[in-house]
Design a protein around this ligand. Structure first.
Ligand code: HEM
Length: 447
């Protein structure tokens, strides 16, 4: 018997939009969990600047949405990041244009290429942690940000020397201004260099000038084909009609990868430290494994950190024409949020979801539509394998080099930091240097 379909939105909290917006900003997990208990696996939230927002917590519905036709559900042209990242940004386009750019960007991120970058990431991590204080408490967040920024600039942008230094100075400023302005569309007007948007555009122009130099240098590089950085591959990539990617396309995609991949990975690593200091038994097993050259538990741990502390709570889609989902025909203009922050805590999917338990992923990979820290379908995070490799190498290096003092402090809360959810206190840590065998040989940087 066909099931009835209701035109309109599923139920959700009736509190004023202002209250819900505030709850989403400061008490997201509690607000979402309370709403799920009351309204089930589909909840309509009312959040300022978003219009109707249907939060989905059920993996079967997530699968339907992730695999829907790209013309039925958009993700790009209604993204608040569209104007920030540029007209070609993968995060800001849809349908054929999106698929075409994605086809160009995917080959450099293929799994087997990733080990090329391991030596470089290890080198960057060792340089950063050399200045960590021994025996006194500090937040690891700043270090994680510097490591992941440098990793992207070197491995993806192929930057070194002057260009690396300039971008290391400009990029944090660009990200901070861009994430502040992304949802404040009324401020997106150039009223001169002192206006927020005017200042943002001027920083972006300086970034673009450095990127233009990097692109020109890559095009002139006689050793281009031997280079391992992703810019070198993009310079050689061709559209389906045989034409090369334009400078603007390459620039927008580089800025997009930086915006999408820098803070996300940094916060995820800070969460790893936050979790591990509160689970000394896991920490001890990981250290022994790293010393023996293993990686299985570390990989499971990364997946468990991403389950329990996803840094992006929702993968978003936008309904282009009335769309049937879970017994509702959602009107055009509805936003759908596939909520990692809910599926990851469903006891039917992950027994004892509030328990940090990497062993749950030791012998089995997580399910594609229940474990969704990287989203899914044709919009799934293009940098997922890069991010996983990077987190693996950074953690391995930390485990080999320092001992983290365990703590029985309460867990750090969540804090929204512009792009992603970070540990509220930045991942506080106390470390001591390990006295052990000679330092591991650092593989020379591949790029
Ligand atoms: C732990 C680190 C990361 C997390 C948690 C993360 C998460 C996500 C999520 C949730 C999406 C949206 C997927 C969807 O809508 O279904 C996404 C998209 C994307 N991510 Fe990541 N990401 C991470 C690291 C990276 C890195 C390192 C890069 C690049 C170097 C990157 C580049 C991108 C790009 C370009 C997209 C847009 C894909 C598209 O629209 O086709 N991300 N990411």
């Amino acid at each position: 018997m066909p099931t009835a379909v209701t035109d309109g939105l599923p139920p959700g909290p009736r509190t004023p939009a202002g209250v819900q917006t505030l709850a989403m900003m400061v008490r997201q997990r509690e607000y979402l969990e309370r709403s799920r208990r009351r309204y089930g696996q589909m909840i309509t939230a009312r959040v300022w600047g978003f219009g109707p927002f249907v939060i989905v917590a059920d993996p079967a519905l997530a699968k339907q949405v992730f695999t829907a036709s790209p013309s039925a559900l958009h993700a790009g042209d209604h993204s608040p990041l569209r104007r920030i990242l540029g007209p070609n940004s993968l995060l800001g386009i849809d349908e054929d244009r999106h698929l075409e750019q994605r086809r160009l960007l995917l080959p450099p991120f293929k799994g087997q290429r990733m080990q090329t970058y391991e030596g470089l990431i290890e080198e960057i991590t060792l340089a950063e942690i050399a200045s960590w204080p021994s025996g006194s408490e500090f937040a690891v967040a700043g270090s994680m940000q510097r490591i992941t920024l440098r990793a992207i600039l070197r491995a993806i942008f192929g930057a070194s020397g002057t260009e690396l230094r300039e971008l290391e100075e400009l990029m944090p400023d660009l990200t901070a201004r861009g994430s502040r302005l992304a949802t404040l569309t009324h401020l997106q007007r150039d009223l001169g260099p002192r206006s927020p948007w005017g200042a943002f555009l001027r920083v972006r122009a300086r970034v673009d000038a450095v990127l233009d130099r990097l692109i020109a240098m890559a095009k002139d590089d006689p050793g281009l084909e031997e280079r391992a950085d992703i810019l070198a591959l993009l310079v050689q990539a061709t559209h389906s009609d045989g034409s090369p990617m334009t400078g603007e396309e390459i620039r927008d995609q580089l800025v997009t990868m930086m915006a999408a991949g820098h803070e996300t990975t940094a916060h995820q690593l800070s969460w790893a430290v936050e979790r591990l200091r509160r689970h000394p038994a896991v920490l001890a097993r990981l250290t022994a494994e790293a010393d023996e050259g293993g990686r299985a538990l570390r990989e499971a741990t990364i997946r468990e950190v991403q389950r329990m502390r996803p840094v992006i709570f929702f993968a978003g889609r936008y309904v282009m024409a009335p769309y049937e989902l879970g017994g509702y025909r959602l009107p055009r203009g509805t936003r759908i949020g596939l909520a990692a922050a809910l599926t990851h805590f469903d006891p039917a999917l992950f027994p004892h979801p509030d328990r940090f338990d990497p062993d749950r992923f030791l012998d089995q990979l997580p399910d594609t539509y229940s474990w969704i820290p990287f989203g899914g379908g044709v919009r799934r995070c293009i940098g997922a394998t890069f991010a996983h490799m990077e987190m693996d190498v950074v953690l391995r290096t930390l485990l080999r080099e320092v001992t983290f003092a365990p703590t029985d402090d309460p867990p750090e809360g969540w804090r929204f930091r512009g792009v992603a959810m970070a540990p509220a206190r930045g991942g506080r840590a106390i470390v001591t240097r390990r006295v052990r065998r000679a330092a591991p040989a650092v593989v020379p940087a591949a790029v």
